[in-house]
Design a protein around this ligand. Sequence first.
Ligand SMILES: O=c1[nH]cc([C@@H]2O[C@H](COP(=O)(O)O)[C@@H](O)[C@H]2O)c(=O)[nH]1
Ligand SMILES: [Mg+2]
Length: 233
Amino acid sequence: MSSKKSDFSKVTHVIFDMDGLLLDTERLYTVAYNNVLSQFGQKFNWDIKIQLMGMHHLAAVQKVIEDLSLPISVDDFSKQLKGHQDVLMPEAKLLPGAEKLIRHLHASKVPFALATSSGQEMVDIKTQNHKELFDLFGHKVCGSTDPEVKQGKPHPDIFLVAAERFPDKPKPECCLVFEDAPNGVTAGKAAGMQTVMVPDEHIPRDMTSHATLVLKSLEEFKPEEFGLPPFKC
Ligand SMILES: O=c1[nH]cc([C@@H]2O[C@H](COP(=O)(O)O)[C@@H](O)[C@H]2O)c(=O)[nH]1
Ligand SMILES: [Mg+2]
């Protein structure tokens, strides 16, 4: 919204976040958390949610328990949450512009990877109705279960691991990160990468100012602004 075309550097590789960026799962996370929190008479809100978005699963659960002073263990909360997620997440829909951009990069032979804080099992559940599309990714880094991703977003680990796993090992500055969450943008920036942010409308403007470019939807992205092949039409 505020950045100019001339601000951007050319990139050769792309790294995508998944939740809230490609798949409409953030809405479903809110339902799942509220289902667990209702037994304590508590409700999930955006102030808490913004802080959890992008964190590793157990760290996120620990934080919500501490912040709301809940009388439940991390393990029990996590098990209950997973029960709700297993039911809700298979219904996850693609967000506008996601499929077109992924297919375009694939057809144009631009290398791209997934860097999600979800664990491997949850990624399989969320993508089960979009398998053919997600199989187009060169590789997928599943932060919560990948031993090389020591710390979750906002730390840069996941994006550095994702870059390192491309066969030609691009430098961080050659990678463009797509993110929806403030923690994810912080992580991408800390990794030395440019970041395109597509934030939920609940995220305050001042929590988007560290992104290289902020878009309302992936449909607005113009690949040529970052030296990538343009859409044909
Ligand atoms: O309402 C929530 N949103 C997101 C998360 C956490 O954020 C991750 C998704 O972040 P990302 O889009 O960066 O992969 C989830 O796997 C989960 O660990 C959460 O706990 N609660
Ligand atoms: Mg996300």
